[in-house]
Design a binder for this molecule. Structure first.
Ligand code: GLN
Length: 274
């Protein structure tokens, strides 16, 4: 069987599990072939199909995300290493990067709270050669992924990844603030009912859930932001699309104004705090 036919058959099987069956099949096949998707589409479709595609399709049928099967996810045009210790970077989170780069193209010091794979910090630093930054996470396993990404993207000289937990006293001492830009995609999910099966079963719950109304982490983290910002500094935090007012109120109580940013689906997705 040829690659093209194998992809067509795999996509047909994935139809019942995935909204992106054809794309999933292409990414899994390209992974087995050890090439990028576009390279495969351009010149390998008539090659002999690789062994093992059925086994990967089975895993996907069990709702395992493609990114965890391949160990890769593209974000803001950059290739990221991922594993189940980190949330898979989402297209909607590119809103945070856009807002941050627009707000402070001159930033020199950047902090990313809950860095996970490092996606937000490293995407921003890739566009700010004058800046350096620190990504913090409470998960050592996540920091290992973040450091691997900094290395693979050639951003090791600009990015430091450190263990810290904003629930602990003194967590921000020694991070090297104040910062011109603070990024955060904290946990903000209210309940398991809000999650797709693949997310619920496979992605790290510590990166997702934040109490009964999803606001626990904002309540702890946001009031600490003003003391960490340099004069003129800006924080950009991701929010659930129903949380804009509640998080803006938490920020207002801490003396900050908020500007809303929408995602690709035109839903509220980020607040710029200043
Ligand atoms: N956007 C994620 C989801 O819907 C949630 C991310 C988060 O809690 N920070 O699965």
């Amino acid at each position: 069987m040829k690659v093209g036919e194998a992809i067509r058959a795999a996509a047909a099987r994935l139809e019942m599990t995935s909204d992106t069956a054809r794309l999933d099949a292409e990414l899994l096949a390209a992974h087995l072939l050890g090439m990028g998707r576009s390279e495969m589409l351009l010149r390998a479709m008539a090659d002999e199909a690789p062994h093992g595609l059925d086994a990967l399709v089975e895993r996907r049928l069990g709702h395992e995300p493609v990114a965890y099967i391949t160990g890769r996810q593209e974000f803001y045009g950059l290739p990221f290493i991922v594993n189940p210790a980190v949330l898979i970077p989402r297209g909607d989170s590119e809103t945070i990067v856009e807002a941050a780069l627009a707000a402070r193209p001159d930033a020199r010091r950047v902090l990313d709270c809950g860095t996970g794979s490092g996606a937000l910090l490293l995407a921003v630093l890739a566009y700010l050669p004058q800046a350096s930054g620190v990504g913090i996470d409470r998960s050592e396993a996540a920091l290992t992924v973040a450091r691997a990404n900094a290395e693979a993207l050639g951003l090791r000289p600009q990015a430091r990844m450190e263990r810290a937990d904003w629930h602990a006293p003194g967590w921000a001492e020694g991070l090297g603030g104040p910062f011109d830009l603070i990024l955060a995609n904290p946990p903000y999910v209210e309940s398991e009912a809000d999650l797709a099966p693949s997310v619920k079963a496979h992605e790290p719950h510590g990166a997702l859930f934040a109490g009964a109304n999803g606001l626990d982490d904002y309540r702890v983290l946001v009031p600490k932001i003003p003391a960490l910002l340099a004069p003129g500094g800006v924080a950009v935090v991701e929010i659930g699309w129903t949380q804009a007012e509640a998080v803006a109120a938490i920020a207002a109580a801490a003396g900050m104004d908020a500007r809303l940013h929408r995602d690709l689906g035109d839903r509220p997705r980020a607040l710029e705090l200043f």
